[in-house]
Design a protein around this ligand. Structure first.
Ligand code: ARG
Length: 585
């Protein structure tokens, strides 16, 4: 496996070398290379550099041109306007670089420099509760980031911080204690939906009793105390709720075509025996102080509407621990025991203030520092077609399973229309890949921080920026390659390239750079955008350049080679987003 430097990075390096030779006082200056419509690339950095060092921009640019000269990679380099450089790449260099990519399993994509250990907190639903679209976003974005970071060579540890602790369990456990057969199963393999409906039924019954019966309420409160003090019988019943919920969670993740491993599910309860110590450390170091009986951390810039500071409460005045104490303990665990140098939290933007305070507290305590940092990959709200937070017509949260099933049903219609010769089993398999892909892609193709509209019609559309469009592009390429037989097409760097071939080729060459950017910025939508552009470049190529009917056998071969590399890049890119690319559609 050999990594292949992109043409852009080669040119960038040559320009940078020429620049520092021409203007030594600038040190290692950035020529600011960009893709351009006029030539292949344009360097825009010279103007500002020349001004900064009181030189003439056009003269400096001319010096750089002379130093770089035309070579095997740059076919043409010329000064334009007040001091820009236009660079045209040699056709031979484009095809040659792509051939080197094709020879590598990783398409020549290098591992990131200085890879470390990232703990990523994502896909964290709550026990005994239905999953909603917010949980979908965390799961989809988190799963893509895991794959992208691992591909970049990062060691990734997954943590599913499920909500499995809290006072609400007192009521549930007490109810189950008094109605012991409510969670009994006739047969061992209860489906995810049955598990959730059992939990829903139990939740409603317990709630009704809690609201109407003062004595049950009192017994429930005592049950919370028993749970917190580790009473065995209470814990055993609590465990049954967790287990029942996991059956449901795993069924949803499975439908989402997502692998979630049990050892990575470490919920809030997993940090219980660290909570005391976390509070002690915070209090001893003075990071947290007592205020009205509670243990609090204050921040200059966090104030309520009345202007009074709003603290992060790590221990309540009644001695109870909340969400913050758990998250602070989880940071210690992830940094000190798991050895993380980066913590990523894929969590709703509405929890941003919480994480801001938690991270700042951890920094003051020294658990986060220059070497270990934390980021929230905050995502926006899922909206309905009406632009309001996504709810059913009755105003209830939409059940995730219903949404997934509906997407799969819609996809089945599209698949059936497009290809009439598929068996029912094939339709079902493709529909799942298309439907789930559509949901994932819609989520991943807009910047995570933005809200997005959940619109199934648009999601499974064949036109526009959808996964179905990309899946069809992939399947079409594969069918062309199949027509030609099985041999791997070989590149012919000696052939001149048509404009659409060059555009496609230069875009293919940017795959590694795109991935590096996505991994560093935690912005998977940039990968989605890259893939969509790739499919668009391919479409132009395909309409302008006949493949199987090209002028010469070499040209047929070279164009097939471009088709093949496009397919492999699409396949790899989609896989990193967690989306399947069926060979036939
Ligand atoms: N379970 C929480 C929710 O449903 C999300 C947990 C986020 N992760 C964390 N470490 N706090 O909103």
């Amino acid at each position: 496996m050999a990594s292949v430097p992109s043409l852009a990075s080669t040119v960038q390096q040559r320009l940078a070398d020429a620049l520092s030779a021409a203007l030594p006082e600038a040190g290692s200056a950035d020529p600011l290379l960009r893709r351009s419509d006029r030539a292949d690339f344009q360097a825009n950095g010279i103007l500002a550099l020349a001004k900064k060092h009181k030189g003439n921009p056009r003269e400096l640019a001319a010096k750089v041109v002379e130093a770089v000269g035309a070579d095997d990679v740059c076919k043409d380099i010329e000064v334009s306007g007040p001091g820009f450089l236009n660079i045209t790449i040699a056709d031979r260099a484009i095809t040659g670089t792509l051939a080197a990519r094709a020879a590598d399993d990783r398409l020549g994509v290098p591992y990131a420099d200085g890879a470390g250990t990232t703990v990523i907190d994502y896909a964290q639903p709550n026990v005994a509760k239905e999953m909603h679209v917010g949980h979908l976003r965390s799961a989809v974005i988190g799963d893509a980031m895991v794959k992208i970071l691992e591909f970049a060579g990062e060691k990734v540890i997954r943590r599913h911080h499920i909500g499995d602790w809290g006072t609400q369990f007192g009521m549930l456990i007490q109810y189950l204690m008094e109605h012991p057969h409510e969670l009994d199963h006739e047969d061992a393999d209860v489906s995810g939906e049955e598990a959730m409906s059992n939990l829903n039924r139990l939740y409603k019954a317990a709630r009704a009793l809690f609201d109407s019966d003062e004595e049950f309420k009192a017994r429930s409160r005592d049950r919370v105390v028993a749970l917190q003090s580790g009473d065995e019988e209470t814990l055993a019943l609590w465990q049954r709720f967790v287990d029942e919920s996991k059956i449901y969670f795993y069924s949803v993740f499975n439908k989402l075509d997502m692998e979630i491993d049990d050892p990575d599910v470490v919920g809030e309860s997993g940090y219980n025996d660290m909570l005391d110590e976390t509070c002690r450390l915070l209090e001893e170091s003075g990071v947290a102080v007592r205020s009205e009986g509670a243990l609090c951390v204050f921040f200059d810039d966090v104030k309520g509407p009345d202007g009074n500071p709003v603290p992060l409460i790590v221990k309540k005045s009644n001695g109870g621990y909340g969400y913050a104490a758990t998250d602070l303990s989880a940071i210690r665990d992830r940094v000190q025991k798991l050895g993380a140098d980066t913590l990523v939290y894929v969590v709703d933007a509405r929890q941003s203030l919480h994480f801001k305070m938690v991270f700042e507290t951890a920094r003051r305590a020294g658990w986060l520092n220059d070497r270990v940092h934390a980021v929230q990959l905050a995502f926006g709200t899922v909206l309905g077609k009406d632009g309001k937070p996504f709810k059913t017509r009755e105003g209830e949260t939409v059940r995730l399973v219903d949404l997934l099933d509906e997407a799969i049903d819609r996809a089945a219609v599209v698949v059936r229309e497009k290809s009439e010769d598929l068996t029912e089993a094939e339709v079902a398999e493709r529909a799942a890949q298309v439907g789930i892909g559509a949901i994932k892609y819609a989520d991943l193709s807009t910047s995570a921080s933005r809200d997005y509209k959940f619109d199934l019609d648009q999601m499974v559309s064949l036109n526009g920026d959808t996964s179905v469009y990309l899946q069809y592009a992939y399947a079409r390429i594969k069918s062309i390659i199949r027509k030609r037989g099985s041999a791997e097409p070989v590149a012919h760097p000696e052939l001149p390239l048509a404009p659409a071939e060059r555009a496609l080729g230069l875009h293919l060459d940017r795959f590694g750079e795109t991935l590096a950017d996505v991994a560093a910025s935690y912005e998977p939508h940039k990968l989605a955008a890259y893939l969509y552009q790739l499919a668009s470049h391919y479409t132009s190529f395909y309409s302008e350049c006949p493949v199987l009917k090209a002028d010469s056998p070499e040209q047929v071969e070279n164009r097939l080679f471009l088709c093949d590399l496009t397919a492999r890049t699409l396949h790899q890119g989609m896989a990193l987003l967690g989306i399947r690319t069926p060979e036939r559609l």
